[in-house]
Design a protein around this ligand. Structure first.
Ligand code: CMC
Length: 392
């Protein structure tokens, strides 16, 4: 037709201008609002990074206190929404439970749905940041048949989440500061990654003026796929599988290279990074120290390290510039912290939430916003006449 360019998977098409996150995939650079990820991971807290992504600047201590306090006031779930978890089967994967509960927030909070009302957008932002950890913890509690815990607002966001996940109502829960700090850092690493699949989903859903809760729920669903956030669970399953079949990493690499049964090396490769994913480099260091401390999963870590080495020295991976991505080592850390495999992608969602919100808000603050509506190249039949059923 002359006006449509085809770009499957948007390999070369910018869908928007954005001032949030910068990636240089060749050099392995990632910056949020100009700040290198390495500095944020080492020095900032997840809540500060959330503020930075959403509002554009690092908060002053007063701004941080107000922001933290606002979030604290919204951590409870409506008692009716708590009953919602009972409707799911015990063995349900927590991702659809979490995305459904987030979507249901639109039904509970009609006072914060208008995308054109900045106060309502602010309120839904705070509600999401406050309630997602509670929702995530309850999805876990439901899956193990344990009672839900109310949030304890004397704790930080991550401490509260750990307590609601692993604590019991009648017992004090002792938070391991090293685990809380490592989890906080992992959330920072996941907090934004420009126009990835789930963020583009949040933008596309939101471009129809759908409310923030519903748009984020769409993003959580997109994240669940094993090519995206679901990869962290898939990596662990792959490592287990290699272990159970004798631990031969070279045999696994051979299968991947021959594309046998469509096997991929999960946790490797990235659309944008053609070099070591800077997040993976930070995660690898944390994996080393956390696993040493907790003494768990050593065997799988050993397999992962051998697998990485085998891949990085193999022509198939060298030619295609395939390096470990953020998901390669995170599962091992989450597991050592006590999370079951099925919770890994939920943890990714907790981390990515501020990024999704920042993108949705950036899009809505653009006066030239148009509904997302890609075109297509039609390759079907030309016009033909309807045939009666007896003639087909
Ligand atoms: N194992 C084996 N081969 C691979 C892999 C892999 N993990 N990744 C890419 N390739 C091959 C691919 O088969 C293709 O080979 P050929 O040219 O012979 O057909 C070539 O490398 C180029 O890959 P592509 O599929 O065109 O790359 P893409 O940009 O479309 O896909 C990706 C990116 C992340 C979906 C892909 O690398 C992949 O499937 N990786 C495994 C899943 C994974 O770890 N995902 C997490 C991504 S990072 C965090 C996140 O975004 O959630």
């Amino acid at each position: 037709t002359g006006y449509t360019t085809l770009d499957p998977g948007f390999v070369n098409t910018a869908s928007t201008k954005s001032a949030i996150t910068y990636i240089d995939g060749e050099k392995g650079i990632l910056r949020y609002r100009g700040y290198p990820i390495e500095q944020l991971a080492e020095k900032a807290s997840f809540i500060e990074v959330s503020y930075l992504l959403i509002y554009g600047e690092l908060p002053t201590s007063e701004q941080l206190e107000t922001f933290t306090d606002k979030i604290r006031r919204h951590t409870l779930l409506h008692e009716d929404l708590k009953r919602f978890f009972d409707g799911f089967p015990r063995n349900a994967h927590p991702m659809p439970v979490v995305s459904s509960a987030v979507n249901a927030l639109s039904a509970y909070y009609p006072d914060s749905l208008d995308p054109d009302d900045s106060e309502q957008v602010e309120l839904s932002t705070i509600r999401l940041l406050a309630k997602l950890p509670t929702i995530a913890a309850y999805a876990y509690k439901k899956s193990v048949g344990q009672p839900f815990l109310y949030p304890d607002n004397s704790l930080s966001l991550v401490e509260n989440f750990l307590r609601m996940t692993f604590g019991f109502p009648a017992e004090p829960y002792e938070i391991d500061p090293e685990i809380a700090q490592a989890l906080d850092m992992l959330l920072i690493l996941h907090a934004d990654h420009e126009q990835n699949c789930s963020t583009s989903t949040v933008r596309l859903v939101g471009s129809s003026d759908a409310n923030l809760f519903t748009s984020i729920s769409g993003g959580i669903n997109a994240l669940w796929g094993p090519l995206h956030g679901g990869a962290n669970q898939a990596v662990l399953e792959m490592l287990e599988q290699i272990k159970n079949s004798g631990g031969d990493v070279n045999e696994f690499v051979r299968k991947v290279k021959n594309k046998e049964d469509g096997v991929k090396l999960m946790g490797f490769g990235h659309r944008v990074y053609r070099n070591y994913d800077p997040r993976a480099a930070i995660v690898k260091k944390t994996a080393d120290s956390i696993l040493k401390k907790l003494g768990a999963g050593d065997e799988l870590l050993e397999i992962a390290m051998k697998l990485e080495e085998a891949a990085l020295t193999d022509d198939y991976f060298i030619e295609r510039k395939l390096y470990p991505n953020v998901d390669f080592y995170t599962g091992l850390i989450y597991r050592a912290m006590g999370f079951p495999d099925r919770m890994f992608t939920v943890l990714f969602a907790l981390g990515r939430l501020p990024g999704w919100i920042a993108h949705w808000r950036e899009m809505h603050s653009d006066p030239t916003l148009k509904i997302g509506r890609p075109r297509q190249i039609y390759v079907g039949h030309t016009e033909r006449d309807y045939k009666g059923i007896d003639l087909r």
